[in-house]
Design a protein around this ligand. Sequence first.
Ligand SMILES: [Zn+2]
Length: 144
Amino acid sequence: MSINKKELEDLILRIEGLEKRLDKLDPISKRKLPSKKEQVEEIQNNLEEWSKKFPSLDVEFELLKMLDWLKANQKRKKDYKAFFRNWLRKSSNSVEKKVEEVYRYIYGCNNRDDCSTQESEYKDMYIFCKKCSAQKTIIKSIKS
Ligand SMILES: [Zn+2]
């Protein structure tokens, strides 16, 4: 589907009109949120609830991390609860990713197929092969 310039301009005008109507119904500038202190206190009082929603995270620690980050980056937020929710979502995604990306490493000898292989979860193991008088190297990594 192609759209010409006129149609695009009409569309933009319609969207702007809708936004104006929305702002009249629920003006963003007039929405009052409690102070940062009150919002953070509310989060602290509900840590158990947050923890239920994000069981893979230490929510209390994440809150401290978030407040540190805001301070370090000199950021102020309007809605700390929303920001905290996004923060936890991002953290929990990265935790899950890390869990997914655990590898096991197969150590073996490059030259000889008849040497035994050894599995380890560490990629910096020193495994010596007596037959080859050499250090085994990682010949394969598998996701576990
Ligand atoms: Zn060997």
